[in-house]
Write a protein that binds this ligand. Structure first.
Ligand code: PLP
Length: 392
């Protein structure tokens, strides 16, 4: 049995479901028993262009037959093309560094900020302020950057210099002469699909600019059209100094990016990655960006977003006692459920009915479908979710 082998050979760091998927087509998955599921989680916002995307698999197969990996010591054509596509889509005057994950992208962001904070003489700026309920990754540094006390239980000593603001309003009072950066998610993902208020973000961006403190936006989850624009930073209409990307960028192939307007801070030898942006992952990124650029330009993406939103609102208003509020943008959505136990039951029932959904924070039902989900799949997913709730 697969489950027994998993228990025997794989470290138990995940509370795994006893389901193994064998095939996927866009937002429809089939497990090893032949049961079909509608995918409203997209591998936690990773499967941006759907499972088994034809254009992506073709581009990857062609690339694999040629070259998968050489080294960042040489020019890599698809990496340059991916960087160009990312920078152009963002509208910012930035350059990219390629790694392999969201945590690694955030490590890069922290390194850029820390080096920026190096000043000849006595005072070094090193403090980075993050928000409570944030999530920035699982490495020793990014777990410390994450504003959740429960994640700082073991693994110490941690790197110094992370300060947590209880909300965006508290950030200003925490700035001091040693502060070099503020790192935020514009919509907290793991923390419960919690968007920051636009006016407050604008005020913060202005304040930081005046004080020469960097604004780092962690777009690992919000990036790649998830909120409706290429970046949530575009949606909020701000100009961060550093942005990190990962999840949806490779369509399932591991990749992470830190992009910044501070083009001169890191020099040769300051940072690196063996695998980062190799032929395989950067071909994935550039192809995903081509697919989604076309999809957005044609108006199809906005249309499907609206369709999804309407279906979600219909569910929301059908159960006014169950759902406290509807939150999020684009295809990064949540319904706040009256309590965590009820949410656990909804998720369990949804699994039985054949629709995959996520929990976020204490009591948020989180929906992150593939951006290419069809209207038919949306209808089917919501009718299954409705059955899951009706049978509570
Ligand atoms: C998922 C996530 C990360 C971590 O990404 P990994 O690829 O798992 O390292 C960091 N920040 C945010 C906002 C995320 O959602």
């Amino acid at each position: 049995m697969l489950k027994d082998l998993d228990l025997k050979y794989v470290l138990p760091t995940y509370a795994r479901q006893d389901i193994a998927f064998v095939k996927g087509e866009n937002a429809t998955l089939t497990d090893s028993e032949g049961k079909e599921y509608i995918d409203f989680m997209a591998g936690i916002a990773v499967i941006s262009v759907g499972h088994g995307n034809e254009k992506l698999s073709k581009a990857l197969c062609e690339q694999i037959h040629k070259i998968v990996h050489i080294s960042n010591l040489y020019l890599i054509e698809p990496q340059v093309q991916a960087a160009k596509a990312i920078v152009e889509a963002s509208g910012y005057d930035m350059q990219c560094f390629f790694g392999n994950s969201g945590a690694e992208a955030n490590e890069g962001a922290i390194k850029i900020a820390r080096k920026f904070g190096e000043v000849d003489g006595e005072m070094k700026r090193y403090k980075i302020i993050t928000l409570e309920h944030s999530f920035h990754g699982r490495t020793i540094t990014t777990v410390k950057a994450t504003g959740q006390e429960s994640m700082h239980n073991y693994f110490g000593p941690f790197p110094d210099g992370f300060v947590y603001a209880k909300d965006i309003d508290e950030i200003e009072s925490l700035l001091d002469d040693h502060t070099v950066a503020v790192m935020i998610e514009l919509v907290q993902g793991e923390g419960g699909v919690q968007p920051l208020e636009r006016e407050k973000v604008h005020a913060l961006a202005k304040l930081l600019k005046e004080r020469n403190i960097l604004l780092i936006v962690d777009e690992v989850q919000t990036g790649i059209y998830r909120t409706g624009e290429f970046l949530a930073s575009n949606l909020y209409d701000i100009e961060p100094d550093i942005i990190t990307l990962a999840k949806g960028l490779g369509g399932g192939v591991p990749i992470g990016v830190v992009m910044t307007s501070l083009k001169d801070v890191l020099g040769a030898g300051d940072h690196g990655s063996t695998f980062g942006g190799n032929y395989l992952s950067s071909t994935a990124a550039k192809t995903v960006l081509e697919i989604l650029h076309e999809y957005k330009e044609s108006g199809a993406l906005d249309e499907v977003f609206l369709y999804f939103e309407n279906a979600l609102e219909a569910l929301h208003v059908r159960y006014p006692k169950l759902f406290l509020e509807s939150v999020g943008f684009g295809m990064m959505r949540g319904l706040r459920v009256k309590d965590g136990d009820t949410l656990a039951k909804i998720i369990e029932n949804a699994k039985q009915e054949g629709v995959m959904v996520l929990r976020a924070g204490k009591n948020t039902l989180r929906l992150l479908p593939p951006l290419t989900i069809t209207k038919g799949e949306i209808d089917e997913g919501f009718s299954r979710l409705n059955r899951a709730i009706a049978s509570l």
